[in-house]
Every structure is written in structure tokens, then in C-alpha cells.
Design a protein around this ligand. Sequence first.
Ligand code: BES
Ligand code: ZN
Length: 637
Amino acid sequence: MMNLRSVASAAVLAFSLAACGKNAVPPAAGAGPEQSATASEEKRAPVGDAFTYANYMDARVTNADLDLTVDFDRKVIDGVATLDFVREKAGAPVLDLDTNDLTIKWAQTSAGDGSWTPAKYSLGPDAPLKGSKLEIEIPEGATKVRIAYETSPGAIGLQWLDAAQTAGKKSPYVYSQNEELGARSMAPLQDTPAVRMTYTAHVRVPKGLRAVMSAEQDSGPRDGDYTFKMPQKIPSYLIALAVGDIDFKAISNEVGAYSEPSVVADAAKEFEDTPQMIAAAQALYGPYRWGRYDMLILPPSFPYGGMENPRLTFLTPTLLAGDKSLVDTVAHELAHSWSGNLVTNATWRDAWLNEGVTTYVENRIVEKVYGRERAEMERVLELKDLKQTVADEDRPELTALKMPADMADPDDAFSDISYNKGAFFLFFLESRFGREAFDGFLKSYFDHFAFQSITTEDFVAYLKSHLMAAHPGAVTDDEINAWVYEPGLPSTLPVPHSDAFDRVDAERADWLAGKIAAKDIDARHWSALEFLHFVGSLPDGTTPAQMADLDAAFGFTATKNAEIAFAWYMKAIKAGYEPAMPAIEAFLIRVGRGKFIYPLYAALKENGREDFARQIYAEARPDYHPVAQRRLDKTLG
Ligand code: BES
Ligand code: ZN
């Protein structure tokens, strides 16, 4: 699977964490009488998040109301953010918020009686990744702040597309991508997954355009004036907005696809199994708690495969293969409705609680909807990637599930470790406790921690007090520690197997040995995953002539399946297979998905084609998202 991990982080942040050791617990903050935490929240100590300035242990934001005007001419959002907060510490004198590239115009406070007074505030120095602290004085009795601000055209969480960069070519487009630290470039917030809030928004856009958010959508006319409401508590990274010429097509009563008009019919068809996926997930893990489940298919520059924005998953159009072969990403984003959105990692060091649990749940949904064989194949591919990542990682501390306290960049926590080692930890638990017991456990876990942000330690404690206590002897503490806190792959790693892939391997071996020509490979019944495995496991040293033989038989260079194309292009670059180069260039110019473009540029560079890579990047860069630009500028800029 993909590796979202950043190559290197330029900035080493200076910070101090309340909790440094893996089991250390920071001192508990005094809980004020106004605190309305649930019982299980109260037992847990607050956690330190190195990537926020927010003083949420003193004063915590509980609701955000965003009044936004989207200005496409200047590529800025003009906003007023009204934040409700509670004091966790009596007498806390300030509310500290995160901002990045925001211009602050004024700030006011209110005691909630409708009157507002100007507030003293200061904006701290700008740090890479973290941005600037906005410190607002909160007089006694104040329960709300409101801040007038403007975003910057280079905001890290927003991509602005000119009309020419969209499918329809007629209207501009803007969308947010707020995981991990993007939300603070869209609004001043306590931008840490440890803080959950409800939100409402009022968004003004040019007439004729539609705005959508990760919330209850506006059902009114397309008049340029939209209101939204997210009544459930979510972390800031799940606040999401997109504006453009956006149409909608229903898939069922509760599910639908939003996208530019030319894409919406294809999207509704490709993702028509989503209602069955929801049914499968609910049968396993309890009710879907977010109301509707819609999907927004973004322009091709969207830098991720998918983003689990609640009620409105964001998806790359590279999933539209035409044969539903890439819908496991929908299963993944849907799975986040339980793991991630309902139960959220409290810090980015605990990202495996979001991504690992989700990768496991994704696999279970795929198994229920598409059968055991497909789920098995995915597990085999995931383990292969995981082993490669563990072998390649020269910082062993980044191969434990719990990420180190001095992790330089939250992106470090999004690798095959959090996704696949995390998922295999759960497969391990499933194998030891049995499916029935483990399914029951996960369901009760989602229920117990619903709408809370938790740490790895909370997960382990709950595992011990519930599942392990009920099944003494099934798993030892040492085995758990090896998975969670130790680097590398534990000896208890369950090894998946796929008979279908064995058959693919046998065909490949015969072809490599020269026993059969490519056209005689028996691929009549292969699915996209089998082709993906066939291509992905071509050995180093495959020759251009062999690549041409395969291309003539299967047309890989021209495939419409973006995953197969990507795997093929990686092999083509290594093999020096020239006929694929124009297709690689076209792919890199059309697609901005990081999972594909970072490795392709790196492979071009490593295989003596740096000039080619630079030339393509010069053309493609204006269409890439700011996070992709920032990353590629380091290597190709
Ligand atoms: N939450 C992630 C996307 C993400 C990760 C955004 C890190 C920002 C920082 C999303 O759920 C995800 O994992 N997407 C994957 C797809 C998946 C099938 C593994 C992707 O984008 O490739
Ligand atoms: Zn995910």
C-alpha cells in the first residue's frame, strides 16, 4: 500500500511534551465544575500534542461558527470565526489558538449575552508546520471569542483552481484538505485532534457555484449563500469545504455523489456498492452515526486517495477505473466513520488508531461485500508493502505503532506502519481471540469511546480490561508491547495467504523462465488486484524487451486503472522502458495524488532521468496542491 510519509522534514520543532515516556501520564488538569465530560473522559488525563499551540487544558473550544466569504479573484477566504469555549482551569486568562498564514483583523469576547467587547490579542512568530499562536485575553465571565480574519492565497490547507484547471473549464474551484495541520490555515482554531467541537457555517460564494462541507448540507437553492451544521463533536481536521460547479447524483436515499457535472454519473455508477458497504460495517460495528454518507469526487490534483470528512468523504477521481476495482478506498474512508471520526487519535503520535484500525475495518468490509478472496489478496499486498517499509526505514523508532515524542512532522505517523502494521496488530488479536469475541470487542470499543479522542494507552488499557481480562492466557502483555511499542515486525505476525496470487506467481515464473510468451499467460480470470500483483512483483532486472512483450499482450502503458498504471510506470522507469515515458509524463501532469507522484518523481531521479523529472515538474507544478508542491520543491524545485 501507499506510503504517505514525508521524505524529510526541514524543521525540527522545539517543544516540550507533558508525556514523554511511552507510558508516562501527564499531570491531570483541574476539572472545572462546568466541565461536561463523560465518565470515561474524566478518568483519562489530558494529553500533550506537540503540533498545537492550543492551551486546551486551560480553556477548550466547544463550538465553532464560521462566517466565510470565498473570494476567487484574490484566492482568499474572508472570515469571522465565533468560538465557544469552556474553562478547564478556573481563572484561565487566555485562549490560545492555532493559525497559519492568517491575517487577523480584530478579536472580541462576549459573556454570551449578545454584547461584544474588543479583546487584547497577540499573534506569535511563524514556525514551520505549526504556524503562529494567536493568544486572546479572555476576561472573567467570557464564554465566546470572535475573530475577523483573512486566509492567504498560499494557505497550506486550501487548493485554489482556476477555471482552466477544472474538468468543466468554466468555473473556479477551491477545496480544503485539513488533515493534519491544514485547518489552522482556514480559520483560527484549536487545531489538535485532542479537541472536539461542533460547528456551523455560513458560506458566501459567487452565484451559480455550490458550496459543500463536512456537515449537513444546505438543501436550499443554488444561490451562492449556504449554511451548514455539524451537530456532532469532531476534531478540527475534519472540518472541510469545497466550492465549485458541483452537481449531485443520488445512489440511494442516504448515499450520493457530488462532483463536477461531467463526472457525476460515472462516480455514482462506480460507487454504487457504497450502501452495501455501510450495511456491512453496521452489521459488524454498530450504527453509522453521521446521518447521510455522501462522496465528493475532486479534481485530479487532490493529493490523497480519499479523506474521511464526516458525512462527505473526499475522493480522488483516479478511483474511477470503470470496473469498481478501486473502491476499497471508499471502504477505507467509510470505515473511518467508526475508527477516526467516532473514536479519534488524540495526537498524531497515535495515528495508527485512525489508520491501522481503519485498514483492518476496510478489509472486513471488503470481505463482506466482495468476498474472502479479494480481502485476502489485499492483505497479502499490504504485508508485502509493510515488510518493504520496515526494511527501508533507517529510523527504527518510526516502526513502532506509538510514534516517538520527538516526531518531527505529523506526516511521519502516516506510513505503512500506522496503516498496515496497525491492521496486522488487529488481525493478530482477531486470530488469538477468535472472530466472534474480537468483533464484539471492537464494536464495544467504538461505542465506549464514541465521539472521544483517545491515545494508544487508552486503547491498550481498554483491551486489557475487557478482552484480555475475559480471555486470560490468550495473549500476553509482552506480545502486546512488542506490537505497540517495539520497532519492526513481531514474531507473532499473522501471515496471510492468497491462492489466487499463487496462480499469478506461477504464470509470472513461467513467463520469466521463457517457458511461455506474455500472450500465453493465462490471465482470463484475473481481477485488477491480480494484475496489480503480477506487475508489482516483476523482479528488478526485467528488460525493456520483456516489458514490451507484456505491454503488447496487456496494454499496461495505456491502462485506465491508476493503480496498475502506477505500478507499471515504476517498473518501466527501473527497466528503462522508453515507450512508457510519454504516458508517465501525461500521468504526472494530469494526476496530483501523492501516493503516485512522489514515488514516480523519486524513481525518475534515481534512474538517471532527473532532467526529465524537472521538466515535467515545471509543467505540472501549478496544478499540484500546496502540500505536494512543498514536498516536491525540496527535491525538484
Ligand atoms: N486520512 C487519510 C488521508 C490523509 C492521511 C490525509 C494523512 C492527510 C494526512 C485517508 O483516510 C487515507 O488513508 N487515504 C488513503 C487511502 C487508503 C485506501 C489507504 C490515500 O489517500 O491513499
Ligand atoms: Zn485513512
